[in-house]
Write a protein that binds this ligand. Structure first.
Ligand SMILES: C[S@@+](CC[C@H](N)C(=O)[O-])C[C@H]1O[C@@H](n2cnc3c(N)ncnc32)[C@H](O)[C@@H]1O
Length: 187
């Protein structure tokens, strides 16, 4: 629920998390220039601000007012151009073929998987990383509705050529994470 996320951000749950995800920094050089990057459920926009620093135009969708407040403050501090839409990712407010890249980190709504790839221009990149259901064997329980089955992410993006995929249990910082990581390019 949005209120839960607001509370988490207000209480500083993600404070000090200022580094872009490794999958993003690794594949950002392949992003086409000249078209915006859309981050679905951008949180406090750490990834988008990293991309803005490289000269890309960035657009975030997020439901939590608190996350948006933190993202806006960070963007203002950096004088970064960050466009934000507040809304529910279950109904994406974007036209098809508008994005050079779509990024999704630690967010899953299965109903929009088909729409996500339609946002990309030909040659555009999708970068997606989130938890597997196996995460519940190593950490606090999360709602399995928002966790991936093994191999599941690979099955969604029919119009994309696969550039990179891995899944398994990885060490991220000091923590064990059961993750799927996907990068594909629109034909
Ligand atoms: C785990 S955080 C990930 C944030 C960011 N992508 C990252 O990896 O740093 C999940 C985010 O999804 C947002 N969120 C949850 N449900 C949403 C929805 N239906 N529509 C848009 N954002 C949502 C939350 O507010 C939260 O910021």
């Amino acid at each position: 629920m949005a209120a839960d996320w607001d509370k988490r951000y207000r209480e500083g749950f993600y404070a000090g998390k200022n580094e872009a995800h490794g999958l993003l920094t690794r594949f950002s050089p392949l992003m086409p220039r000249g078209k915006p990057v859309i981050d679905i459920a951008m949180g406090q926009a750490t990834d988008l601000l990293f991309l803005a620093r490289t000269g890309l135009s960035v657009y975030g969708l997020e439901r939590s007012s608190e996350a948006i407040r933190l993202a806006s403050e960070a963007a203002a501090r950096e004088r970064a151009g960050l466009a934000i839409a507040q809304g529910d990712a279950a109904s994406l407010p974007f036209r098809p073929a508008v994005a050079g890249c779509v990024i999704v980190f630690y967010f899953l709504v299965r109903e929009i998987m088909g729409e996500i790839e339609r946002l990309l221009v030909p040659g555009g990149l999708l970068i997606y990383e989130t938890f597997l259901k196996r995460q519940n064997t190593i950490d606090r329980p999360r709602n399995p509705d928002y966790l991936l089955d093994d191999g599941e992410l690979l099955g969604y993006f029919r119009d994309l050529d696969l550039l990179f995929y891995e899944e398994g249990i990885f060490t991220v910082g000091s923590k064990q994470r059961a993750l799927a990581r996907y990068v594909g390019r629109k034909r």
